[in-house]
Ligand binder design. Structure first.
Ligand code: G3H
Ligand code: 13P
Ligand code: ZN
Length: 311
């Protein structure tokens, strides 16, 4: 099966009350860990590449690795651009074999966001590629861009019909209180999401797939593994799994996870070196890192997203 778009995946996820995992990928071991997990549990997948990942690993390497994963697993896999910030970047990914792109105009004015999103949709749809847009702005860190809490803003439900209608996007990322990175809530703060905004958005857009970014749970076990093996991470709080299950049952069809993968990989490598300070073969410390990613992703697919057996 060639790489697929999210069209059929989202339709089934919407109707079935589950969500597809969208995992950020940067190298071979991350791709292998994720896809081996998905193969074992029979889950469809979105593998997403940020512009930073593309700069780090190179477009062709990442595309070919994802194609290799599809050949090895036979799963429905969508290759998606995460947080494309210009038409040119989206065009380059569409021309280069991606089956889905995000145009993130959330840093622009509403009218500018509409204009650039519409332009990407026109280019993408002519080539059979689907597009995710964004309304509202998440706090946190993506690439070199850090959005301060006071610059973040919730999605305004009164804008979504106009935005989707005028742009023609296939899915919409909304801001309901999640944020990028490992520090989503202040120490001692109780995690809260604006499910009322999600409900209002989905009432206005019946049947339309919604996307949740910044959805790592910041698994305490991995933060502890980092800190017990020479790390020094401050208290980090993510999105509780029960909230993600609630989102997955709703109109949310795509849930983005990156930070949890980073923590699992780093925790595992730190532990390995603490136990084997004399080792230097990358295969020795990357094998358990890949295995940690696989276990983490398997748990997400089965216990959080509910997309096991849906491939
Ligand atoms: O949304 C951001 C993702 O975690 C990707 O992060 O831009 O550092 O690759 P990155
Ligand atoms: P996390 O930082 O919570 O993993 O979010 C990832 C994300 O939204 C990628 O677009
Ligand atoms: Zn994101």
């Amino acid at each position: 099966m060639p790489l697929v778009t999210t069209k059929e995946m989202f339709q089934k996820a919407y109707d079935g009350g589950y969500a597809i995992g969208a995992f950020n990928v940067n190298n071979m071991e991350i791709i292998q860990g994720i896809t081996e997990a998905a193969k074992e549990v029979g889950a469809p997948l979105i593998l997403q590449v940020s512009s930073g990942a593309r700069k780090y690993a190179n477009h062709t390497y990442l595309t070919k690795l994802v194609e290799a994963a599809e050949i090895e697993t036979g799963l429905p896999i969508c290759l998606h651009l995460d947080h494309g910030d210009t038409f040119e970047l989206c065009k380059s990914c569409i021309d280069g074999g991606f089956t889905s792109v995000m145009i993130d105009g959330s840093h622009l004015s509403y009218e500018e966001n509409v204009a650039v999103t519409k332009k990407v949709v026109e280019y993408a749809h002519e080539r059979g590629v689907v597009v995710e847009g964004e309304l509202g702005r998440l706090a946190g860190v993506e690439d070199d861009v850090k959005v301060a809490d006071h610059d973040a803003s919730y999605t305004r439900p009164e804008e979504v019909i106009d935005f989707v209608g005028r742009t023609g996007v296939d899915s919409l990322a909304i801001a309901i209180g999640t944020s990028h990175g490992a520090y989503k809530f202040k120490p001692g703060q109780k995690p809260q999401l604006r499910f009322d905004i999600l409900d209002q958005v989905s009432e206005k857009l019946p049947g339309f797939p919604i996307v949740l970014h910044g959805a790592s749970s910041v698994i305490p076990e991995f933060v502890a593994m980092i800190n017990q093996n020479g790390g020094n991470m401050p208290d980090a709080i993510g999105i509780p799994e029960e909230m993600l299950r609630q989102a997955a049952r709703s109109a949310v069809c795509k849930i983005n996870i990156d930070s949890d993968l980073r923590l699992a990989m780093t925790g595992s490598i730190r532990k390995y070196f603490a136990e084997h300070p004399d080792h230097f073969d990358p295969r020795q410390y990357l094998s358990p890192a890949r295995a940690a990613i696989k276990e983490l992703v398997k748990n997400k697919l089965i216990n959080v997203l509910g997309c096991n057996g849906k491939a």
